[in-house]
Design a binder for this molecule. Structure first.
Ligand code: FO1
Length: 346
């Protein structure tokens, strides 16, 4: 009987906002309650968070995905919205609207503004986004090491049709596409400004190289996981790491569970299916980033396709209805990593 593999002690998770944060909540719950066989009770979780959703607004630097992970794991999140602070008030927003100062479509809560004031003040003083994030986490204590994917400015913009412009298109910041336009118009192209020049933030490459498990949660494959992988050096670190890399599909039965992955996958020509996203990430054995892929039970019929593409695949319930359900998803990912770790598909 082969001896049990040593427990996994360092997990690295590449995360976007709401979906990634909810997955992390379940992962930490699973570790804390001993529901993740093979993961040490004192395992350290490092989160590499997407920063391409960031935007400058009213002179403040807002980092939606970093803040959503920090507030969610720090128990400060508004659970209903999935972003921003609980027990929030909106006086600043109302006053800005009274001055008719745009954009009024992006809601900054009063408590949330304090976070952006601290961040902006520290950036202005010359601290890096990594240092700012570490400082903010001293208050929120998220229970993970939270790293921005890069300290450089990277911003996702989306090209949409515009009959009034000579080119027939205009380009808007991702937040305008998502919040003001409600992703209700087709995205014709996704442009990640500053991506080529960006460098992994301190500790990011090491967190991937030194991990004994890397997880891709059900975040947006284009504007969350995609933009993290797009930071030169990060995809390479994933391809090279000794750790098994296991992802969870954000697409169930051909639809996103929440957000706008359908629109953005279509914009970049990726089929909106659990198999399409797995192929998009690619098998590690052929230069991609995936060793294993979890699809929802509804997509059990796609398991053979995914495995034919060189990625080990299992169908399990993928609805993050509560922490126990999410912890079970994390446990399935750990189990799949153990299978994969025993020998990659040839
Ligand atoms: N989402 C909305 O739908 N409406 C908003 O007014 C809004 C404001 C906002 C402010 C701070 C923040 O951190 C997030 C905010 N979000 C809002 C969510 C944000 O668009 C998304 O969390 C991500 O950028 C997409 O994952």
């Amino acid at each position: 009987m082969p001896s049990a593999p040593p427990p996994r002690r360092s997990l690295t998770v590449l995360s976007g906002g709401v979906g990634g944060a909810r997955f992390l909540q379940g992962l930490l719950h699973g570790i804390a309650t001993g529901r993740l066989p093979g993961v040490a009770a004192d395992a350290e979780v490092t989160v590499v968070a997407n920063t391409a959703d960031d935007l400058w607004i009213h002179g403040l630097k807002v980092c939606p995905d970093l803040d959503t992970v920090m507030y969610t794991l720090g128990e400060g999140i508004d659970v209903e919205r999935g972003w921003g602070r609980r027990e929030e008030t909106w006086s600043i927003r109302e006053e800005l609207a009274a001055y008719a100062v745009e954009p009024t479509w992006f809601g900054l809560g009063d408590r949330d503004v304090a976070t952006h004031l601290v961040r902006t003040e520290m950036l202005d003083a010359g601290y890096s986004l990594s240092q700012v994030t570490e400082a903010l986490c001293r208050r929120w204590r998220p229970g993970v090491r939270l790293l921005p994917m890069t300290d450089d400015r990277v911003e996702t913009h989306v090209a949409v049709g515009d009959p009034d412009s000579p080119s027939g298109r205009r380009v808007v910041h991702f937040q305008e596409y998502w919040v003001r336009l409600g992703a209700a118009v087709p995205a014709e192209a996704v442009l990640v400004v500053g991506q080529e020049e960006s460098r992994p933030a301190p500790g990011v490459v090491e967190a991937i190289a030194d991990a004994d498990l890397v997880l891709l949660p059900p975040s947006n494959p284009v504007v969350s996981v995609g933009t993290i992988l797009g930071v030169p050096g990060i995809r390479e670190a994933l391809v090279a790491t000794e750790a098994p890399v296991v992802g969870l599909s954000p697409i169930v039965a051909g639809h996103h569970v929440r957000g706008m992955a359908e629109q953005l996958l279509t914009a970049v020509g990726v089929p909106v299916s659990a198999a399409g996203v797995a192929a998009h990430y690619g098998p590690r054995a052929a230069g991609g980033v995936l060793d294993g892929w979890l699809v929802d039970d509804a997509d059990a019929g796609l398991v053979a396709d995914v495995e034919a593409g060189g990625v080990r695949c299992r169908a399990v319930p993928l609805m993050m209805t509560d922490r126990d359900a999410t912890a079970a998803m994390a446990a399935a990912a750990v189990a799949l990593a153990r299978e994969v770790g025993a020998g990659r598909p040839t």
